[in-house]
Ligand binder design. Structure first.
Ligand code: ATP
Ligand code: MG
Length: 431
């Protein structure tokens, strides 16, 4: 026997019980995004590799070692499965001239791909909900993004999510800080780890983000970017904080928050929880004023963030969030040739009047069909035997409470069913 095939390591199947939770989550997320005036955009999963190299930066974890890149076998084009959405979204906005007349509030969701070591909360195919506000300059939009995240945590009933913010300043300020940082790190060069040595001249800021415990004292003593911020950057950062304070939203300034992608400037933020072990960042984002121009667009400021759906869902479930099982209103059982023809007519009629119906397929005795009806979770079975079919009638059988079985003409079924559903929900106490 040949070995059965398995999914690619780090890429998960989301089975029905779980996928229903995803759908419920997605609905909450969509309503939340619409309530802030964000509009959907959908980009391809595959992009030209240079897009990510230019946007995310050559000396980043993502570009150095996490991208699924390949050559198109037909034309040799260099392609990559998207590791994140901002670069694609900005590419699309430039390509379609979306910023022609006004700024844009956009969102997307879907799978992202990174070749990482799979573990809890870290996968090779994972999902993000991404939000991008293109063409907005002031601290107000940064604050809006942070406040809207707080509202989503609230909508989902999450507690234990903490906000960390920082300012990365402008690129000029970063350049001055960078020179000071390199001079400082050079004094400790011998103690740097391999990543640190390699990044010393290419991306020293990222050394501050190291998780290596042996480097913590070096990192602690390093010149802080905050000390190099100019007046405008300070004002911007204070503008963000003023809104957060007004809203009563607690936050911590984390001077070491630098983010793993090169395109950020000024405000950056992360939402972290201690309840998911090592993979505790559920949402991260910030301002990226240079990116649109860097990708060839007319210069325009922008800011955005992305949430890790798997991590958020783990936290949601941990906090008691769960989906109600989606059940049909009716499971329709039938036996006999005439009855089967009637079954199709009745099912379609019910669906046409707004009910959800699972029609039994695959034959079998009434008894075995009723077992399936029970297992479906439907509150009612509609039963059609040949004698019902001949009389143009159906039987309506309650499955959950001990209510009476009724036999009614087919045409009045929708009305009867509607009444009975309301009654059974009232009995349930669910309305
Ligand atoms: P990390 O430090 O955990 O690797 P990151 O800085 O690489 O995160 P971002 O690129 O900012 O992550 O992506 C935004 C969010 O997407 C993260 O905060 C996280 O919730 C989620 N995320 C990132 N990589 C993965 C992954 N491999 N598996 C699951 N979720 C992920
Ligand atoms: Mg990462």
């Amino acid at each position: 026997m040949s070995k059965t095939l398995q999914a690619v390591r780090g890429m998960n199947d989301i089975l029905p019980d779980e996928a229903e939770i995803w759908e419920q989550f997605e609905e909450i997320v969509r309503n939340w995004l619409h309530s802030y005036g964000y509009r959907p955009i959908r980009m391809p999963l595959v992009e030209p590799t240079p897009l990510f190299k230019r946007a995310i930066g050559e000396v980043t974890d993502i570009v150095e070692k996490e991208m699924y890149s390949f050559e198109d076998a037909l034309n040799g084009e260099h392609l990559t499965l998207r590791p994140e959405g901002t670069a694609s979204c900005v590419r699309a906005a430039i390509q379609h001239n979306l910023l022609f007349s006004h700024p844009r509030r956009l969102y997307y969701q879907g799978p992202m791909f990174r070749h990482e070591r799979p573990q809890k909360g870290r996968y090779r195919q994972f999902h993000q909900v991404g939000v991008e506000a293109l063409g907005f300059e002031g601290p107000d939009i940064d604050a809006e993004h942070i406040l809207m995240c707080a509202r989503l945590w609230d909508d989902l009933g999450l507690d234990d999510v903490k906000l960390e913010i920082n300012s990365l300043g402008s690129s000029e300020e970063r350049a001055v800080h960078r020179a000071a940082l390199i001079a400082y790190l050079e004094q400790h060069q011998a103690r740097l780890d391999e990543d640190g040595k390699r990044r010393l001249y290419t991306n020293p800021l990222r050394i501050l983000d190291t998780k290596n415990p042996d480097l913590q004292d070096i990192v602690e003593g390093a010149p802080k970017l905050a000390e190099f911020l100019g007046e405008e950057s300070i004002k911007h950062f204070e503008g963000v904080q003023a809104v957060l304070k007004d809203a009563g939203l607690p936050y911590r300034i984390n001077h070491r928050l630098v983010r793993g992608l090169d395109y950020y400037n000024r405000t950056v933020f992360e939402w972290v929880t201690t309840r998911l072990g090592a993979q505790g960042t559920i949402c991260a984002g910030g301002r990226y004023d240079g990116l649109i121009a860097q990708l060839g667009g007319k210069p325009a400021p922008a800011a955005g963030f992305a949430m890790g759906v798997e991590r958020l869902l783990a936290l949601w479930q941990e906090s008691g969030g769960q989906a109600e099982r989606i059940v049909p209103d009716v499971y329709l059982v039938h036996a006999g040739e005439e009855a089967q023809r009637a079954a199709f007519r009745v099912s379609e009629m019910l669906r046409g009047t707004g009910f959800s119906v699972t029609q039994h397929c695959g034959g079998g005795s009434f008894k075995s069909q009723m077992k399936r009806a029970d297992a479906s979770g439907a509150p009612f079975a509609v039963v059609i035997g040949d004698d019902e079919a001949a009389a143009g009638e159906v039987s309506l059988k309650p499955l959950r409470d001990g209510g009476e079985q009724l036999r009614v003409p087919m045409e009045v079924l929708p009305e009867t069913l509607a009444d009975r559903l309301i009654e059974s929900e009232e009995d349930d106490g669910s309305i």
